[in-house]
Write a protein that binds this ligand. Structure first.
Ligand SMILES: Nc1nc2c(c(=O)[nH]1)N[C@H]1C(S)=C(S)[C@@H](COP(=O)(O)O)O[C@H]1N2
Ligand SMILES: [Mo]
Length: 307
């Protein structure tokens, strides 16, 4: 009995996605219950997915690569640690605490989010600060819609995101790596930009644990570390919060972390990237190719200083 049953969105027809379709045919044939990441007892299933704006038609990274090569440092430093250890993450029940400068603070349950916001497909490039990249079909909704729902007060300027934090399921190898919980933040105008989504699935399936189940941020014009996984708290604030990586090494990981081929990471250049699915090295685009959509957010800012 397949647990993941929503239809392939119509937008898939206009993009080359043979990998995706093959994967789905395979899933249908074998039954999704055999997947390694399947969490017994997870009751959330996603409603219908509708095509959303901004999707690229570049070749997709395969599901296996996107779920097997991950950064999720709570579960260890190696790329395959998340796929091996993230099954310990309990994602049901799950709610996000909304607090700070909002009209309607409080917890929102996953079921309520899924019932309230139509789930769109957004095929985005993901560019890690480590100079590799993927193309992933996310399923989610605009963060702006959630923020409108809770009502942002006029003095709010920043949005802070906090990930789950449970040392009982974090491998010892992970515990000293960073200051937990993992925290990220956006300026409010970045947060309400229509490209910014909360993703609850990928490839038409409920979000695999290792990719940030049950709900994670995706901000495609920024380095991947901004796209925080497994979110437990969202806070609207007047002052700029301190993100985890920025605090650990501010020279290496800026607050903005906009993809920018002309601004070096202190230990390597950012002019090119390796596409994981074919190994090809390609040129990195300004704002990860979303320049036309987001450049206005940074008008008049020196992006060498505000990296
Ligand atoms: N909570 C949390 N979120 C996180 C991370 C993390 O270690 N913990 N790693 C980030 C980094 S560095 C990247 S590149 C992306 C990777 O997402 P993916 O594994 O789904 O491709 O997740 C980001 N979100
Ligand atoms: Mo990353």
């Amino acid at each position: 009995m397949p647990r993941f049953s929503y239809p392939i969105p119509a937008s898939s027809e206009i993009t080359p996605r043979s990998d995706f379709l093959n994967r789905r045919q395979l899933l249908t044939a074998m039954g999704a219950g055999l997947l390694a990441y399947a969490t017994p007892g997870r009751s959330q299933s996603l409603p219908e997915v509708v095509p959303g704006p901004f999707s690229t038609d570049e070749a997709l990274t395969s599901f296996d690569v996107a779920t097997g090569y991950c950064n999720f440092f709570e579960f260890g430093p190696a790329k395959d640690d998340p796929a091996q250890h993230a099954h310990a993450l309990q994602t049901d029940p799950w709610s996000i605490e909304i607090d700070g400068l909002v009209d309607r603070p409080g917890p929102i349950a996953m079921e309520d989010l899924l019932a309230r916001f139509p789930i769109e497909e957004r095929i985005y490039r993901l560019r890690c600060v480590e100079a590799w990249s993927m193309v992933i079909p996310w399923n989610g909704f605009a963060l702006a819609d959630l923020l409108a729902h809770v009502g942002v007060k006029s003095d709010a300027r920043y949005v802070r995101f906090e990930a789950f934090d449970d040392t009982s399921i974090m491998p010892r190898a992970a515990q000293g790596l960073l200051d937990w919980p993992y925290v990220e933040a956006l300026r409010l105008d970045e947060a309400v930009h229509p490209l910014t989504i909360l993703a609850v699935g990928m490839y038409g399936e409920v979000m695999p644990n290792q990719n940030g189940a049950p709900i994670r941020l995706v901000v495609p014009w920024k380095y991947g570390f901004k796209s925080i996984k497994s979110i437990k708290r969202i806070s609207l604030l007047a002052e700029r919060p301190m993100p985890t990586w920025h605090e650990k090494s501010p020279r290496e990981y800026g607050f903005y972390a906009n993809v920018n081929p002309t601004v070096r990471h202190p230990r390597w250049h950012q002019a090119t990237e390796r596409r994981l699915h074919d190994g090809n090295r390609i040129r990195t685009e300004m704002f990860n190719g979303y320049e036309e959509l987001v450049a206005d957010l940074y008008a008049g800012m020196d992006l060498e200083t505000h990296y």
